[in-house]
Ligand binder design. Structure first.
Ligand code: DGL
Length: 260
């Protein structure tokens, strides 16, 4: 049996990471968990997030995942240290890409849109401090309400636009030249966000870096699938609404409801 790469998120958001992973590693099989029943994670305590991450990890391990991508900034910043200490499988995490954004910023002011639990985490505070020490100003904005709308498939809607305007305009006024999307759901909002941001503000996410790191770690552990070995298969599971998850799925992905 060929072991898949396992991925999980609080819902549909981690599929933005999945896309890049499959683009960079097209011969790998994947198993994706959308824990939409428990979304949003961003308003939960660290203890609650850790318990949900353990549940997802154990499901993925029971289904033979050879590596696990925590395709969620909130889960990574609150739980990855715990997961790495508890389970033997290699984990790849994702955190808001504020370091590269800070490095490239000309105005030395960057914005980050993320969940409350990510912005409150010690993990994030630590990275933020490193930037502050270099004289980079990091403007933090909680994306309250964005994830629930995306989870309902209400992306291109007036309610979404009202929230985005409210969150982004003040950061633009303060002179950001990079906006970091610190939640894996938010790349689905890129075209709406681009309508609000002036042209000089670049949008940054972490998907490419995560896929590159996945390849590196698989290779180091001698776990890379060989091209000729098998036809890759992709299964996405949700514990809430399979129709909604299906609407995010490209062709060739099997989407099923599962009580995990
Ligand atoms: N996709 C998530 C993240 O990257 C979590 C969103 C949420 O459930 O609040 O943070």
């Amino acid at each position: 049996m060929i072991s898949p790469i396992g991925l999980f998120d609080s819902g549909v958001g981690g599929t933005t990471i999945w896309r890049e992973v499959v683009r960079q590693l097209p011969w790998e099989s994947t198993l994706y968990l959308a824990d939409s029943l428990n979304a949003p994670y961003g308003e939960k305590s660290s203890e609650e997030i850790i318990a949900l991450c353990e549940k997802n990890t154990e499901y993925l391990l029971d289904h033979h995942s050879k590596l696990i991508i925590v395709a969620c900034n909130t889960a990574t910043t609150n739980a990855i240290t715990h997961l790495r200490a508890k389970y033997k499988v290699p984990f790849i995490g994702i955190e808001p890409a504020i370091k590269p954004a800070g490095l490239y910023s000309q105005t030395k002011t960057i914005g980050v849109l993320a969940t409350q639990s990510t912005l409150k985490s010690a993990f994030f505070a630590n990275t933020c401090q490193q930037l502050l020490d270099k004289g980079i100003n990091v403007l933090k904005q909680e994306g309250i309400g964005l994830v629930p709308l995306i989870e309902e498939g209400k992306i291109d809607t007036p309610e979404m636009m009202v929230l985005l305007e409210q969150y982004l305009r003040p950061m633009v006024a303060e002179g950001i030249d990079y906006l970091v999307l610190g939640c894996t759901h938010y790349p689905y909002l890129t075209s709406l966000i681009s309508e609000i941001l002036p042209e000089n503000v670049r949008i940054m996410d972490s998907a490419q870096a995560v896929a590159k790191q996945t390849e590196r770690i698989l290779s180091q552990n001698n776990l890379l699938a060989k091209k000729e070995e098998h036809v890759p298969s992709h299964l996405w599971l949700t514990n809430k609404n399979a129709e909604i998850l299906q609407s995010f799925a490209p062709e060739g992905v099997r989407v099923l409801y599962e009580d995990f």
